[in-house]
Design a protein around this ligand. Structure first.
Ligand code: ADP
Ligand code: MG
Length: 210
């Protein structure tokens, strides 16, 4: 089972929005995916609970994430972990137990600076798990601006961490679809947001293969 965590101690950078869309995208492709919501605010858990079809399993878990991952390991190929916007044991253990950590970052210098805490956490985690892969994901960016390009360069230079090619733009469709517990690919299949989520899925699957 490949474990993908979404972490950034800065709240509001789009972790839950991205993990919900991505997990739904995997499930709609009939992949065996499970989502762990470790944030007591339960955004992912409650949003997906709106769905009557309960397309895939979502578990709210606030402790013993290592044991929980072990328990579900035989039944799933992908586990996604949504983490809270603060530093605690469950974030540390989730990161250490991951194959891949995605750090969503908004397109603002203030957000880039406050990401340092998360980057430091991942550096420490790599001493325990040297195979851990980590990428930034520019999130909630203003489409068609040069800002994202310049900030991407600052991010990679500052933290020496790779950045995903896919970027997630700030779009109303990301908010609207979650009213119904749906992904943008389900609700707005021809929308640019659906393309972003499909591209993100493919990019992540390729990273996990390598
Ligand atoms: N790509 C996006 N486009 C528009 N709104 C977004 C996008 N991503 C997140 N949001 C909105 O921003 C707020 C914070 O997003 P959320 O996913 O809860 O972030 P986090 O889990 O990192 O705290 C929510 O109101 C959400 O609807
Ligand atoms: Mg969240």
């Amino acid at each position: 089972m490949k474990v993908i965590s979404f972490a950034n101690q800065k709240g509001g950078c789009g972790k839950s929005t991205i993990v919900i869309n991505l997990a739904l995208n995997f499930a709609l492709q009939k992949k065996r995916v499970i989502l762990f919501d470790t944030d007591p605010q339960k955004s992912s858990y409650e949003t997906l609970d709106i769905r009557e079809d309960k397309l895939f399993k979502v578990v709210a878990v606030y402790s013993d994430i290592y044991q929980t991952l072990e328990k579900y390991e035989p039944y799933y190929d992908y586990a996604m972990i949504d983490t809270p916007p603060h530093d605690n044991e469950i974030v540390t253990v989730s990161v250490v137990c991951s194959d891949l950590v995605i750090i969503p970052v908004q397109d603002s210098p203030l957000d880039i600076r406050s990401t340092k805490v998360t980057v430091d956490l991942i550096r420490k985690a790599k001493t325990l798990n040297p195979d851990l892969k980590c990428y930034f994901l520019l999130s909630r960016i203003q489409p068609q601006t040069v800002l994202a390009k310049e900030l991407a360069e600052i991010l990679t230079n500052l933290y020496e961490t790779d950045i995903l090619n896919t970027q997630i733009s700030n779009r109303v469709s990301y908010k609207y679809s979650l009213i119904y517990g749906k992904s943008v690919t389900e609700m707005f299949n021809s929308d640019a947001a659906a393309t972003e989520i499909n591209d993100l899925s493919n990019e992540i699957l390729n990273i996990l293969k390598s």
